[in-house]
Design a protein around this ligand. Structure first.
Ligand code: SF4
Length: 423
């Protein structure tokens, strides 16, 4: 997760007003940010959903009492931020009881929703619960969004939900997944965010997991990604200079930080060294370290895109014990610094900033979680490769089984295939 508006603010600040952005603001606590998929059921079936949700109940989900007990464990593990998600979390009848309990325990609590179920009663309950932030997903303007969400009228319903939250004084944000089919709507979506005075924009690069995996061919091409990032950076700069206070965050591609560095080279040459220094402090991809995921069955994963890899169940072990356990080879590698990455990532001069980006993508395409990230859209020159790059990864057709990867360095692959939690 790259909070680019934080770095943009620092770029344009006067020397007197500049405050060095910190990797972990105090409110985050010492533990990871936990994205908690409390329910898998969803009233929509979005094309890029990582959890392959459906409008049906799933058996074995955590009960209210279990959620409460796990929350105590999370508190003990130093977790400060909970993002309550789904499926569609508003379909869980006890969602606001859970939210209220989380607030009472002192967590920063976000609610991540598709927004379509936010009628007056739901928004009233959201306001009463006191969520710190509500994120609503829009994947473009009306036509594009409804196609992606596979529901006519979904855009209007989500926008109405967003407006109702804003009217109720709730901090709101828009979540936008970038693909080659949604990218063309980005400028109008940015306009909409300004018109609706949303507090935050979250841009997610399409990752290769869940239903997104089947749509791999729809991922934005690298050139398009660069163009999208130019648009986001330029708009963020304009917003920052105008003092809007709107936050811009990107996810699922930590190379965005390097792209911002390259973007700033021409515009803020005198601030470049400082930006590079602060980005090093940020440190790039945080899966398995600063970001955690608990799924609807209580299985812990290194992040939301690693649902194929189970670290353990909060029904069997305390969260803090699961999270600290580096006997799991993937977790050992994710927590290692630098990570044991190979290919372009291993040779990249910016590894200390990016931290090897999104390991799920490498694993999904090659079977090796430490291979280079195929989602990196920087050129060889931009990552400082002077010699011939390592052989490119083998791109497999849909449904093909990744070939076994060689066991290298501190991390092996043992255990990576034993953690399936999905049928
Ligand atoms: S080559 Fe790898 S480490 Fe370097 S910027 Fe790209 S994804 Fe990040």
């Amino acid at each position: 997760m790259f909070r680019l508006s934080r770095y943009m603010k620092d770029l344009v600040a006067t020397p007197e007003s500049a405050a060095t952005p910190q990797r972990r603001p105090v409110l985050l606590g010492s533990g990871p940010v936990v994205i908690w998929n409390l329910i898998r059921r969803c009233n929509l079936t979005c094309r890029h959903c990582y959890s392959s949700s459906a409008d049906t109940d799933f058996a074995g989900e955590l009960t209210t009492a279990e959620v409460f007990r796990v929350m105590d464990d999370l508190k003990d593990a130093g977790v400060g931020v909970l993002i309550l998600s789904g499926g569609e979390p508003l379909l869980r009848p006890d969602i606001h009881i859970i939210g209220a309990r989380a607030k009472a325990l002192g967590f920063y609590v976000g609610l991540s929703s598709n927004g379509t179920l936010m009628d007056a009663a739901a928004v009233g309950a959201i306001a009463d619960t006191g969520y710190d932030y509500v994120g609503i997903s829009l994947d473009g303007m009306r036509e594009t969004h409804d196609i992606f969400r596979r529901r006519a009228g979904a855009f209007d319903a989500s926008l109405a939900g967003l407006r109702a939250c804003r009217t109720a004084g709730i901090k709101t944000g828009l979540r936008f997944t970038i693909t080659e089919h949604t990218a063309r709507d980005l400028p109008r979506l940015l306009d909409l965010a300004a018109e609706e005075a949303v507090d935050k924009l979250y841009f997610s690069h399409l990752n290769y997991a869940g239903r997104g995996n089947h749509n791999r061919a729809e991922d934005a091409h690298h050139r398009l990604t660069r163009s999208v990032m130019d648009t986001i950076l330029d708009r963020c700069l304009a917003d920052t200079l105008a003092g809007s206070g709107r936050e811009y965050v990107t996810g699922n591609n930590d190379a965005d930080a390097l792209y911002m560095l390259r973007w700033a080279e021409k515009r803020f040459p005198a601030r470049l060294a400082r930006l590079e220094q602060t980005l090093r402090r940020w440190g790039g991809n945080a899966s398995g370290v600063g970001i955690a995921n608990i799924d609807n069955l209580g299985i812990v994963h290194p992040d939301t895109m690693w649902w194929t890899h189970a670290l353990g169940s909060v029904r069997d072990r305390r969260f803090g014990d699961i999270w600290a356990d580096t006997s799991d080879p993937l977790m050992a590698g994710l927590k290692q610094r630098p990570r044991p990455v190979s290919g372009r990532c291993g040779q990249c001069r910016h590894l200390a900033i990016c931290n090897g980006n999104t390991r799920t993508r490498a694993y999904q395409l090659t079977g090796d979680p430490w291979a280079e990230d195929p989602g990196c859209y920087l050129t060889d020159a931009e990552i400082g490769l002077t010699a011939a790059p390592a052989p490119r990864i083998q791109v497999l057709p849909f449904g093909a089984t990744p070939r076994p990867a060689p066991i290298t360095g501190a991390a092996s692959l043992s255990g990576l295939t034993g953690g399936e939690v999905r049928p």
